[in-house]
Design a binder for this molecule. Structure first.
Ligand SMILES: Nc1ncnc2c1ncn2[C@@H]1O[C@H](COP(=O)(O)OP(=O)(O)OP(=O)(O)O)[C@@H](O)[C@H]1O
Ligand SMILES: [Mg+2]
Length: 355
């Protein structure tokens, strides 16, 4: 069943490139509500670009169905071409035409047979999208006369100009320096929200994904590992992989004792949550920012290193057995190297990954 408010519905999409033994995209399925932004996150080679190219119509999946705005655009027999899908794409390397002015670059997608806009309508639309991306007045410049951040805004304006129903952004900010990148990620979100266009935003950067997305999809080896809100992905990671990829966490071996989990670090015990009784060992996920440090001369853990990160300290701790743990504290917690510390955890439901 197709629900009107879904801009995209993907069912069981798989794709294996010829000559490859494993699929680049493996049975991926999800839906995206109209007007929302999905962050697509995962390590290099996990299939993010392939999935985007399939959605845009540049790549044909071996199996599966894709519905865009309620319309079937792809299945075993049907393949609607990219120009008829009403999607826009923005790439990592901006991909502006160097010999065309900014106005001509933006006009490029507007001069198709489908749109049939007049010259004055095209001019008006160029002004409108330049205003939206905050670059009014740059119509006559060439791409090389703009900064990297400005070029990427123009690439976004070009993709938005034909009013696509879905915009696909493949690591659009990864060529920019960190300051520009942090500013532009909120700009991208504002621009999409303001124009009511749904988007999929691919990134390697978990902080970027958490900061701007309504939903996050985490991929690994072609599979969709988890889909959820940023808060769900962060607080309830579905697998050890997601936990490691998305959070700054320690994984501490633990053994079950009755209703508690016992770890090597002192009297520290954790109530059992939502696990079958057969599970007797596993790893506790302790996020770095949830570890509280209490100086204690009788403790078996000591501070082995400390990094000052500006907003916070990151402490490296060493346990009796030699295992290393990391903790992030505010700059009010100042402990010198060698200090013995007891640990408590500021979280009532600690995730456990069974062995
Ligand atoms: N045209 C192609 N022919 C053969 N194999 C390909 C092709 N394109 C991608 N692949 C393979 O498919 C897998 C997924 O690649 P993809 O580019 O989708 O990954 P990605 O998640 O976008 O990675 P990155 O973060 O590095 O951009 C990789 O193993 C890659 O080598
Ligand atoms: Mg890629």
């Amino acid at each position: 069943m197709i629900i009107e408010s879904e801009i995209l519905k993907v069912e069981q999409i798989s794709k294996t490139f010829s000559g490859n033994s494993t699929p680049a995209v493996n049975q991926v399925g999800f839906t995206l509500p109209q007007g929302e932004l999905l962050g697509l996150l995962g390590p290099s080679g996990c299939g993010k670009t392939t999935l985007l190219r399939i959605l845009a119509g540049f790549e044909k999946p071996d199996r599966g169905k894709i519905y865009l705005a309620g319309r079937l655009v792809n299945d075993q027999t049907l393949l609607i071409p990219p120009e008829k899908r009403n999607t826009g794409m923005v790439f990592q390397d901006y991909a502006l035409f160097p010999h065309l002015t900014i106005a001509e670059n933006i006009a490029f997608g507007l001069q198709t047979k489908q749109t049939r806009l007049s010259r004055s309508e095209i001019k008006a639309r160029i002004s409108e999208v330049l205003l939206l991306v905050g670059l009014t007045g740059l119509e006559k410049r060439f791409p090389h006369e703009l900064s990297g951040g400005q070029q990427q805004r123009i690439a976004l304006a070009r993709a938005l100009a034909p009013k696509p129903s879905l915009i696909l952004l493949d690591e659009p900010l990864s060529n920019l320096d960190v300051k520009v990148r942090q500013k532009l990620r909120y700009e991208v979100r504002r621009i999409l929200k303001q124009s009511g266009i749904s988007g999929i935003f691919v990134t390697h950067d978990q902080e970027e994904a958490l900061a701007i997305s309504d939903h996050i999809a985490v991929m690994q080896n072609g599979y969709l590992e988890q889909l959820g809100t940023p808060e769900e992905i962060y607080t309830q990671p579905a697998s050890r992989f997601v936990a490691e990829f998305v959070t700054h966490a320690n994984f501490l071996p633990a053994f079950r004792q009755g209703n508690y989990w016992k770890t090597e670090i002192g009297e520290f015990k954790i109530p059992v949550v939502d696990l079958s009784t057969e599970v007797t060992s596993g790893e506790l996920m302790l996020r770095e920012e949830e570890i509280l440090l209490h100086p204690d001369d009788n403790a078996l853990i000591f501070v082995s290193d400390r990094q000052f990160l500006g907003r916070e300290y990151r402490y490296c701790l060493q346990t009796f057995s030699g295992k290393r743990l990391h903790a992030r504290t505010t700059i009010n917690t100042q402990l010198s190297i060698g200090t013995k510390v007891r640990i408590s955890i500021n979280n009532l439901s600690i995730p456990i990954f069974p062995e």
